[in-house]
Design a protein around this ligand. Structure first.
Ligand code: GLV
Length: 388
């Protein structure tokens, strides 16, 4: 096999190795996928300023995210169904993140449960929660996260209902997968994946099945979302959830300066500028275009992180130079996981770290904490000139 040199190499192997249903789940945006596409193409529109004859020795990408030491400001984002991309996927990804010195965020919609991931790791990880109608279930989720030693809650606020991803409907996406003649035929060609799945008992939504009352179909994300998610969510409720947790609290899914101010008011430690990887509101702005206005509004009062569209160390560099204090990768680590299990997640982190470190140096900078917009060439009007 030729050496893996970039995230795209991992994506190609992942596409061959994992059943179509799960590949499509990760690799989709909602409706026309405009926002999904622009999340990456807008990063491409920003240029980096090459500088020469600057001392490049003694470089460091180490910093902190919400007070936690990180070897680079790149956390693993919560991704639902990760354990369907490769057997025991959440445990593998968490272990890779721990060894690399970056945060791992477990999704509520994970296959491996909160307790299971805690048992197989040694450092506190972060836990992502949705805002659900069943307050009792929420309380128990928080309590389980506490008991498991999680340091941080990441609350997702942009998924009161689910954006439509056409392929998931067509593929009948579920965990465990529905055995239609088409899906069986496709799975038969994914031998390594299948053997891994046969060798594990973790094939259901581990945090939900057996824990959530009155949920009779937790096999599909969309049915569970429709039954359990709180469409009436408001900022008072988010403030209530904040008070239920005495650790660090991150609000994920902010794309507007007014919402960023609200997040500040409820006492979050950080916000994640995110459009959910282009999976929710199609035609929303890309995260990187939305970032500057949010930084202007709250950047001096709260840590502003970003996800959606980050596929390289250069993307991380651009976001950090713009003023973000942390970034997240979702698909980029899933490609690695689906391609090569834990080693693939490590590979994805190594690729991004190397790209970040070398590109920072070629911009004439040695320390991730000393970046600023001076290394960026941002096209005029990048943020958009919108009519009032
Ligand atoms: C869940 O968060 C999803 O985007 O599928």
């Amino acid at each position: 096999m030729p050496p893996i040199t970039c995230i795209e190499d991992l994506r190609r192997i992942y596409e061959r190795r994992v059943p179509r249903m799960f590949y499509d789940y990760a690799e989709s945006g909602s409706w026309t996928e405009k926002t999904f596409r622009e999340n990456t193409s807008d990063f491409d529109d920003i240029y980096l300023r090459q500088r020469v004859a600057v001392d490049m020795t003694g470089r460091s990408t180490a910093t902190q995210m919400i007070g936690e030491d990180v070897s680079m400001p790149v956390a693993l984002a919560p991704v639902g169904l990760t354990g369907m991309q490769d057997a025991d996927g959440e445990i593998k990804a968490a272990r890779a993140a721990e060894k690399f010195g970056v945060p791992f965020t477990l999704s509520t919609m994970s296959i491996c449960s909160i307790e299971d991931v805690a048992e197989h790791t040694t450092k506190p990880y972060w836990f992502q929660v949705y805002t659900l109608r069943d307050e009792d279930f929420m309380r128990r989720l928080f309590a389980r996260a506490k008991d498991a030693g999680c340091s941080t809650i990441v609350i997702t606020v942009d998924l009161q209902l689910m954006g439509q991803r056409h392929k998931d409907i067509k593929n009948g996406l579920s965990a465990p997968p529905k055995l239609t003649p088409k899906s069986v035929a496709n799975m038969m060609t994914k031998v390594q994946w299948g053997l891994g799945m046969l060798g594990t008992k973790r094939r259901f939504f581990g945090n939900i099945v057996g824990h959530a009352k009155g949920v009779d179909d937790a096999s599909s994300l969309s049915s569970w979302t429709a039954q359990a998610f709180d469409q009436s969510l408001n900022w008072e409720q988010i403030a209530k959830f904040r008070k239920m947790w005495d650790g660090k609290f991150i609000i994920k899914g902010i794309l507007d300066a007014e919402d960023a101010r609200q997040a500040l008011n409820v006492g979050a430690d950080a916000i994640i500028v995110s459009n959910h990887g282009g999976r929710q509101l199609d035609s929303a702005l890309s995260s990187i275009r939305a970032l500057p206005a949010i930084l202007d509004a709250v950047g001096d009062q709260i840590e502003v992180h970003i996800d959606s569209g980050i596929r390289s160390g250069q993307d991380v560099l651009k976001a950090m130079a713009m003023g973000a204090k942390g970034t997240y990768i979702g698909r980029a680590f899933v490609y690695g996981l689906g391609a090569m299990g834990e080693a693939g997640v490590t590979k994805a982190l190594e690729v991004i770290h190397k790209e970040l470190d070398l590109s920072m140096a070629l911009c004439g900078r040695r320390n991730i904490n000393d970046l600023d917009r001076d290394i960026l060439l941002i096209p005029e009007g990048f943020e958009g000139h919108w009519q009032p």
